[in-house]
Design a protein around this ligand. Structure first.
Ligand code: MIC
Ligand code: SF4
Length: 675
């Protein structure tokens, strides 16, 4: 049977002995939704989730990572207002040296951009403790975001378990107009599919329109597949991919990856690129899409180019083309955080950086920065246009700011006009568009980009430290600062529970709502007792106080649709667990958060009848009757509200996940010999 590209890579990586329910006779498609176990070739971590991941990895007790390649990046916590961030950096560097990982130093850039440039390989699997790990799909990888504990298990050689996704095909035809960016393609997909449309699915892009896009453009699209709730997204690996890898000095890593002729998709979406115009995701969710034409003329106070979505050389070049010879409008503050040091160096050698500085952009560090509320917060009630991927309320650091997610082209147009403007209505020269749309630096069509200096910059790996030899690694001492506390154990499993509803929340609660990021909270990522004080504060400032008053007794949380969307941060499970949350009952969950809840022993349940959500009020008591038999037998969960009304909740928890819950979380399960 003809297979999709995603299925081909999955089939090559599946661990048959860990998937007893799957029939592996040749050509058999894997049933959607079935628990699959994947061999993981590469892992990545970043510092904000990495410390917990490596604290867990240390407890596994193996001398060296067992993957083909693992990289520890420092990109999130680089503000360093006191000792905590740098203590974490030193801990992570020492762990990398001891256990055989590459270490990407602070300043080297955002993990996803750097991984694409330096390490990703078509046809391989990548698991990362960051939800935007699917960026790697831009070069034909199955790249999946997960909680740190799952990544720790993969570094120890364990398989990654997930339900087999549906495969949605996205056929792109035609060519983007000048002034319209790859961001507009993914915003169009978000407009059609919504932030929960991709739950349990992989988006696979193909067609002549896909072939026309450069690797960084493809990566913008696969990156923001995370906002669809997708497991991952993928493009074929073709001649463009080859040129990109050659430009980065890695031609040898290229392999062709494509779907079989006639592959069937679970759903087909078609987009004619030539018909697209600029779009914006409006406050406060990535799927609230409007056209820039509709917003045209609206005043803008801030513009930021950056984040793992849109901070490549292509992006900086698009911006430079629009702002060259102009100046940032007087009412606007504008900043650029290039995605990597390599990008920054290339932009500098190609003369692009000079154009940006001349226009008046403030040059920010190559790191996550403003995307995660670490500096460059907008003014009160500000209107900020960002090339990022998330605009949840308050994430920018300013609670009442209005964050719009746009392409670099739209951001650049607004920066110089001071209002929402369609870049396609402006007159400007875009040398790369004119010469074949930024095909690749090695094509030599754009003289600025193909110069020897730029290529040398592309291949500079000066800020990556390679793994130490095993015999030298033995002697490395792990450096632990005073803010690094061990991960607390999960609460012990109980076969029946009676739980007060400590919070009832609405739809689309994000992990930023459950455990905020930002300059104040992020330094506490290695210290669960301290960070837990911020649990759910975005939704209810009294949550911690009320938990304390209840002596951190067992309780539950009730939510609406798509609970836990956004980040992979397991702190959004760890914080609640530490304060006593034993179950979360919702209309539906986001994939990574649901897995994190299970890993930390919290039972995720969904209402069989979504209308039952209305039968529960905050403060009610829910009795979870005989959970034990539901988990052992896979039967529906029974929940009694205030000793009176019984409702049924769906039990879609795979057998292995049920065993994890009964063992008291993934760490305990692994220690007891589970795999
Ligand atoms: C994010 O974009 O929300 C983050 C910060 O990168 C998170 C990871 C984290 O919370 O550390 C993510 O996307 O997984
Ligand atoms: Fe960093 Fe923002 Fe990307 Fe998360 S989404 S990895 S915070 S740049």
């Amino acid at each position: 049977m003809a297979l999709t590209l995603a299925e081909k890579i999955i089939q090559e990586h599946i661990v048959p002995e860990a998937c007893p329910n799957i029939d592996f006779r040749k050509g058999n498609p894997i049933p959607r939704g079935e628990d699959i176990a994947l061999k993981i070739d590469q892992t990545l971590t970043q510092d904000a989730t990495g410390t917990m991941a490596y604290l867990q990895f240390e407890t596994i007790g193996i001398p060296r990572v067992k993957t083909e390649l693992s990289v520890s990046y420092i990109d999130h916590n680089t503000l360093q207002t006191d000792f905590k961030n740098m203590d974490d950096h030193r801990y992570l560097q020492s762990v990398a040296a001891k256990y055989g990982l590459y270490f990407s130093r602070p300043g080297n850039g955002i993990c996803h951009q750097v991984h694409l440039e330096c390490f990703g390989k078509p046809g391989k699997t990548l698991l990362g403790s960051d939800s935007h790990t699917p960026t790697g799909g831009g070069i034909g990888m199955i790249a999946i975001g997960a909680g740190g504990l799952d990544v720790a298990v993969a570094m120890g050689g364990g398989a990654f378990h997930t339900p087999m996704p549906k495969i949605f095909g996205v056929k792109l035809t035609g060519k983007l107009r000048k002034g319209v960016g790859a961001k507009d393609i993914i915003l169009e997909v978000l407009r059609r599919e919504t932030v929960k449309g991709g739950t349990g699915a992989i988006y696979e892009y193909f067609g002549d329109g896909a072939a026309s896009l450069t690797v960084p453009q493809r990566a913008t699209i696969t990156n923001m597949g995370a906002e669809l709730g997708a497991t991952c997204s993928i493009f074929p690996s073709d001649e463009k991919t080859k040129k990109f890898l050659e430009s980065m000095g890695r031609g040898g890593d290229w392999t062709r990856q494509e779907a079989d002729e006639g592959a069937q998709y679970d759903k087909l979406i078609e987009i004619d690129l030539g018909s697209l115009h600029a779009l914006a995701a409006c406050p406060h969710n990535p799927d609230v899409i409007d056209s820039v034409k509709n917003l045209a003329g609206k005043k803008v106070t801030q513009v930021v180019i950056g984040s793992c979505t849109n901070s490549s050389l292509d992006d900086l070049e698009s911006v430079a083309a629009i702002v060259k010879g102009k100046h940032i409008a007087p009412g606007v503050e504008a900043g650029i955080a290039p995605g990597s040091r390599t990008t920054l160096l290339m932009a500098s050698k190609a003369g692009i950086l000079g154009d940006l500085i001349e226009a008046g952009f403030r040059i920010l560090e190559s790191a996550c920065g403003p995307c995660i509320g670490q500096g460059f917060a907008p003014n009160s009630e500000g209107v900020t246009l960002r090339t990022f991927n998330r605009n949840f309320k308050g994430r920018s650091g300013t609670a009442d700011a209005n964050v719009y997610l746009v392409s670099p082209e739209t951001a650049a147009a607004a920066a110089v006009t001071g209002v929402f403007t369609e870049a396609e209505t402006m007159e400007y020269d875009d040398p790369a568009y004119a010469t074949g749309f930024r095909v690749s630096m090695l094509d030599g069509e754009d003289a600025r980009l193909s110069s020897a200096d730029v290529l040398k910059a592309a291949q500079d790996r000066g800020m990556v430290i390679a793994p130490l030899d095993a015999d030298k690694a033995k002697d490395v001492e792990i450096l632990r600062g005073p803010n690094i506390k061990p991960c607390p154990p999960c609460r012990e499993y109980k076969p029946s529970l009676s739980l007060p509803v400590r919070l009832k929340a609405a739809d689309n609660v994000s992990t930023d709502d459950i455990m905020p990021a930002g300059a104040k909270v992020l330094p506490l990522r290695s210290n669960i007792p301290e960070i837990s004080k911020f649990t759910l504060t975005r939704l209810d400032e009294t949550f911690y106080k009320r938990s304390e008053e209840a002596s951190f007794a067992d309780c539950c949380v009730v939510g609406g649709e798509n609970y836990g969307q956004g980040s992979s941060r397991e702190h959004a499970a760890l914080g609640p667990m530490y304060l006593g949350v034993r179950a979360v009952i919702t209309k539906s969950f986001a994939r990574i958060h649901k897995a994190n809840l299970i890993n930390y022993g919290i039972i995720p349940m969904t209402f069989k009848n979504p209308a039952d959500y209305d039968k529960i009020a905050q403060g009610d008591t829910l009795e979870l009757v005989d959970i034990d038999s539901s988990l052992k037998n896979g039967t529906p969960f029974r929940v009694v509200i205030n000793g009176k009304t019984e409702i049924e909740c769906v039990n879609d928890i795979a057998a292995r996940s049920a065993s994890i819950l009964m063992a008291g979380g993934l760490a305990a399960y692994t220690r007891k010999g589970g795999n």
